[in-house]
Design a protein around this ligand. Structure first.
Ligand code: KG4
Ligand code: ZN
Length: 354
């Protein structure tokens, strides 16, 4: 059971929450119990469907969420040995994300909650990512610094508590995951690009190319990855005749991204004095990044924490968990609801703060 939940609510009241994630190309459904922790989770990834297009096609994504949400809901209930009627609340991703995809999860969650006469709560997708490391045993406690690195967002956030977020820096253009995906495309690798670039980079020569570490030579905590993308594209063009170059380019790109994160995290840790760094979002699955931030943690005597690999990329467990925290603290949607394709993390407030 999580320390964070028990700190917010009386630990003896039951709270069984169904979480639904449908912001992009993964349908994730999970069941989280505040006393027993994560009971079950299921994911269906649409990667194969979108692969031929080299990226996510929004309308295809929405239609597939429609097909998956209820079967996955039945599957998590069956694997946990629970009934729909035992649910105390339903959480769903309300944004940011693709509007049609978000509406599918929100519509199903609100309809189920209405039918069962239980509360529903819309969860911010990046808050869910941010809290995902807390699903692990011995969860870290607030406050902490968070590095969020996903396909749509890259940011450093000072986290004082649930809903108390200050964005210290973010990407001015491409997100880190997007940069991995675009680099993969340039190198003729498959979608999604992060794992493919990572696998190729392992075989690359680290001293053949040196790519720039964007925005590290000036103060501040913002990021920019579009220049690095151009640099990668130019190098790939120049080396087109050399079949051995792709691995070395993947390595140079990966080293540049990882170094950039280490430099900015060191800076943010110094600035805030936080003793814990949480790293979450799809790119936090990257082993080179984990190794480098692990070294930084040792150097600065800072604890560095991640979600389990299954919960780095989009999943229902993080939504069920974030929803459970918010429902436990009294958050509820009214009967009408909306989704927010664009939604700043800083617009959130602690539950009960109005
Ligand atoms: O968090 P996520 O599942 O979705 C968003 O909320 O955007 O992140 C997906 C992103 C993709 O861009 C993918 O290429 C990247 O995470 N990613 C990785 C790795 N695994 C996934 N990037 C680098 N290394 C990885 N191992
Ligand atoms: Zn995500």
């Amino acid at each position: 059971m999580s320390i964070a939940i028990s700190a917010l609510t009386p630990p003896d009241a039951p709270l069984l929450v169904l979480g639904i994630e449908s912001s992009c190309d993964e349908t994730g459904v999970a069941l989280y119990d505040r006393r027993e922790g994560l009971l079950a989770h299921e994911i269906f990834t649409q990667i194969e469907m979108h692969r031929v297009y080299g990226g996510v096609v929004p309308e295809l994504a929405s239609r597939d969420h429609v097909r998956r949400v209820l079967p996955l809901t039945r599957a998590v209930l069956a694997s946990a040995g629970r009934q729909l009627s035992e649910l105390d609340g339903i959480a769903y991703t309300a944004g940011p994300g693709l509007i049609g995809a978000l509406l599918v999860g929100a519509g199903v969650a609100q309809a189920l909650a209405f039918g069962l006469d239980i509360p529903a709560v819309g969860v911010h997708h990046m808050e869910a990512h941010l809290l995902a490391p807390m699903l692990e045993p011995d969860p870290p406690d607030f406050p902490f610094l968070a590095l969020l690195v996903s396909g749509g967002h890259t940011m450093l956030v000072d986290v004082e508590g649930l809903g108390r977020y200050r964005v210290l820096g973010e990407s001015l253009d491409d997100a880190a995951g997007e940069a991995f995906d675009k680099t993969a495309k340039l190198l003729g690798l498959s979608y999604p690009g992060g794992p493919a670039v990572e696998a190729l980079a392992v075989h690359g020569n680290p001293s053949r190319f040196r790519f720039p570490r964007p925005m590290t030579d000036r103060p501040g905590l913002d990021f920019s990855f579009s220049g690095l993308k151009t640099f990668t594209a130019t190098t790939a063009r120049q080396q087109a005749a050399d079949p051995t170059a792709a691995a070395d380019i993947a390595r140079a790109f990966s080293d540049a991204v990882v170094d950039t994160f280490v430099i900015k995290c060191r800076r943010a840790l110094k600035q805030t004095g936080r003793r814990t760094l949480l790293v979450a979002g799809g790119v936090s699955a990257n082993r080179a990044l984990r190794l480098a931030l692990g070294d930084l943690g040792e150097e600065m005597k800072v604890a560095v924490r991640y979600p389990a690999l299954a919960f780095c990329t989009d999943n229902g467990a993080m939504v069920a968990y974030a929803g459970c925290l918010r429902l436990a603290a009294g958050a509820r949607n009214g009967p009408s609801f909306s989704v927010r394709p664009r939604w700043s993390l800083e617009d959130l407030a602690p539950p009960g703060a109005g």
